[in-house]
Write a protein that binds this ligand. Structure first.
Ligand code: UN1
Length: 481
């Protein structure tokens, strides 16, 4: 495959950064393969992008919302037409297996289509006035120039589900994707452009680093920042943006637990934990990283999970028979290896060690399972972002709930039980934003709000109609007649 340049898109043109520097973008399954040389942006490029967005905003704001929605829906149609190409690129650039890439692309399409259709539904309210002869109504107004900062692990779906509602709501966007996935970002932008988006309404700035982030966070013209990434970065971003009352939406880490009660369907529960822990190589914020299992089932559960782990064969995500792609880069590999070493040192029982897979050329690990894990251990507390699961024994429902909740994060959770009381007690008590009963911790549907509590999420939810709460402001009009 030829090495492509990956460029910024500013004010309707594909342009190099003012630094003229580039960063190599490599295939994590074949680290000797360079896919692109991505332009490395500077604060000056960010300012140009914000200038362009600011210039384009008034006309885009004045474009009727249904027309904005039509353009966004066309972008979804183009993504659908380019589905194969997008999925293959996603596997090459990020590493997930092709089947997972298709699921991600389809989710992006569903999100963009949903947001496009919302163009006809940006409704307000009428509210009865306490005064005679007075009519009160509300409208939704765009915010202005907004920033979407996205991670490498869902480099097509997350940009899609941030950018689409931002645009339909009438904002102009500066898009800053993760530096590891510039080509996926480029192709997402291309779909919106080919759908007929006017120049400057969507701008792409590639690169990384403190100076670049500062230029985005501290510019007073930016009215809102939607961020997906680590909790540490999210906190800093919020603290900085709060200084100038910039709206912030944070989607951060997870340490999601599946509770398996003694009356659970053992096969389904083990399958759910395997897919939750090993799918996407564990590199998703909704991954299952803890299984809190009732003691009578513990031995059988661990055995079954271990046998399922065998089928999660790591390798090149484009190759037949491979079920799990590589980790995204060398630093992620090092981090996952270090976490596994921590678990051993802390005294958890390592049932299956995936650190030495013996596959050359990429950042591979295999499924890793710890059992007899104490909830206070770091492997039970910290996000790993790799195919590693900690099995934690529990005595009963209440102790399982306490253990599942005993983390800083609160994104998703799950319970396997056949008992109605246990299911509803869990639904009341689980400290997470997205709960699952007899289903894996993974994913989310396009038209449904997505997000977490505690260290996992802050601000309005993403996806569904809720996404428009973040990307718009309410205006109230009192009319005396
Ligand atoms: C999913 O797990 O299906 O960065 C989506 C993440 C989340 C999105 C995950 N914000 O992993």
């Amino acid at each position: 495959m030829a090495v492509r340049p990956a460029l910024n898109h500013i004010g309707g043109a594909w342009v190099e950064s003012s630094s003229h520097a580039t960063v190599e973008d490599r295939d994590p399954a074949h680290t000797d393969r360079v896919l692109a040389n991505a332009t490395a942006s500077t604060p000056a490029d960010v300012r140009n992008a914000i200038d362009a967005a600011e210039k384009a905003f008034p006309e885009w704001r004045a474009t009727p919302a249904p027309q904005r929605g039509d353009i966004v829906r066309k972008a979804a149609d183009l993504m659908e037409r380019r589905r194969d190409q997008l999925a293959r690129l996603l596997t090459q650039e990020e590493g997930k297996v092709l089947a997972e890439s298709f699921v991600e692309v389809d989710r992006a399409i569903a999100n963009v289509r949903f947001s496009g259709a919302q163009g006809t539904r940006l409704v307000g309210e009428t509210i009865p006035s306490a005064q005679r002869g007075t009519f009160i109504y509300t409208t939704r107004e765009p915010l202005g120039v907004v920033v979407c900062v996205t991670p490498w692990n869902f480099p097509i779906a997350i940009p899609a589900w941030k950018i689409a509602p931002a645009l339909v709501a009438g904002n102009a966007v500066v898009f800053k994707p993760a530096s590891l996935t510039p080509l996926c970002a480029t192709e997402v932008v291309q779909c919106f452009l080919d759908a007929g988006l006017p120049d400057g309404v969507l701008n792409l700035v590639l690169g990384s680093g403190e100076a670049l982030s500062s230029a985005l966070i501290d510019d007073g013209r930016i009215k809102a920042i939607s961020f997906t990434g680590s909790s540490a970065v999210g906190r800093t971003l919020y603290a900085r943006a709060a200084q100038r009352l910039c709206k912030v939406q944070l989607e951060m880490g997870g340490k999601n637990a599946v509770i398996v009660l003694a009356d659970a369907d053992l096969e389904k529960a083990a399958e759910s934990v395997a897919s939750g822990a090993f799918g996407a190589t564990g590199q998703r914020c909704t991954a299952t990283s803890r299984a809190v299992v009732a003691k009578p089932l513990l031995a059988d559960f661990v055995k079954l999970l271990g046998s399922k782990a065998e089928s999660w064969k790591p390798g090149d995500g484009l190759a037949d028979g491979v079920k799990m792609g590589p980790l995204v880069d060398a630093s992620q590999l090092k981090k996952v290896q270090a976490k596994i070493a921590d678990g051993k040192r802390e005294g958890a029982t390592l049932v299956r060690d995936g650190t030495n897979v013996g596959i050359e050329g990429g950042y591979f690990v295999a499924p890793t399972i710890f059992t007899e894990v104490d909830p206070r251990m770091s492997i039970a507390q910290e996000e790993i972002f790799g195919p590693v699961v900690s099995v934690i024994p529990a005595d009963d429902l209440e102790s399982a709930l306490a253990k599942a909740n005993a983390v800083g994060y609160g994104l998703s959770s799950s319970i396997y039980t056949r008992d109605l009381h246990s299911a509803f007690r869990y639904a009341d008590a689980s400290e997470a934003g997205m709960l699952h009963i007899n289903l894996p911790t993974l994913g989310g549907e396009a038209h449904v709000p997505f997000g977490g509590v505690k260290d996992s999420g802050f601000g309005d939810r993403e996806c569904g109609a809720a996404a428009f709460d973040f990307f718009s402001e309410q205006k109230v009009v009192y009319v005396g007649y």
